[in-house]
Design a protein around this ligand. Sequence first.
Ligand SMILES: [Zn+2]
Length: 412
Amino acid sequence: MLLFTFSGAQKKFTIVLDAGHGGSDHGANRYYSEYGTLREKDITLSVVLKLGRMLEKDKDFKVIYTRKIDEYPSLTDRTTLANRSKADLFVSVHVNANTKTTPYGTETFVQGPDQNKTNLEVAKAENDVIYLDEKDREMFASYDPKSPESLIALKIQQSKYLESSLLFGSFVEGNFEKKDKRYSRGVKQQNLHVLRLNAMPSVLIETGFISNYDDAMYLASDNGQSEIATSIYDAIISYKKAIERNTATVVKAEPEKPEEKPLKNDFRILLMSTPTKYAGSDPALKGLNYILPIKENGMYKYYYGTTNLASVRDNNLKTAKDAGFRNATSISFVPNQNLGIGYYTLELAVTDQKLSSNSYMLNTLKDVNRVKENGKFYYTYGKFTSLEEALKTRKNLEDKGIKDAVVEKKLK
Ligand SMILES: [Zn+2]
């Protein structure tokens, strides 16, 4: 039943085929009297077009080419295309070369062990949701790529890509070796730019050495190119089956596990309570993002994260403790609760000197309250009956460039 549901809902398997080099970038080349100058860019395109034609015959596949002619898409173009199309697999086809004529054979590269870190940084920097699939996104309800919980999700995701890439690479090399009787140099991990920024399983296949006579003759021949394309095609079929089997097994193995239901209340992690007011970037907040300060009776309470999922709450608590807030504790908030007594307001600034009426804040907002207390000026804005209302206005202020407003609970 579950298996049926799964295969019924299946979408097309999208593959990006990347013919290495192109245009003014010839890649490796060598002169042989039999063929004249053999150029990597021509061989890779020829193999990719053959492979693409095989895949296009199967309606389960959607094929995207980084190039179909002799042109040069930049490496960034290639990755961006792959990421935008939310591809399931990225296959880059290349031809190897060595200064010596002896090395020969095939090898397939997957992202190196250091890649995970780079991808993670890129994912963080680009603020890009494509790095998370639907399931992960649901799991991390308030998704933000910079938050620690999203980083954990990204790490899991990246290691999943690496595992899948290794699996696919082993199918490719296995076929070269067994079906085509080629010499396989194996599947290797290396930091290669074209694989670096891909948010999907990705491989770079070195189909042989143009610098080796036998390899070069094979790479240049129609038969050789067809064999290479067929071996990659068969590897794609095996890989797709393996992935589907895996997913199906997971679905089958955990049918009892219910989906996590949201809790009635929201949970925030109380990091500390102090009379000191910190800006969001203050080291005292130990690099945590998504801090909400709420002022009550002259004390600033710093809260981290908001969620109504128990798993995320527990994870947030752990993150806070790991960051150094040993006494962090989870506090529950009733959503949209109206204050019976008192109100919420936003504390915009606390200053020793009166702000000039030309200041950005006073120019941008009307009706800012100013109160002098113990020699300091307190600027507040708005009156709200619920925390959510106050937060909405706080967000609007932030969009206008007025940052670090503190929600203040006034109980009078
Ligand atoms: Zn190349």
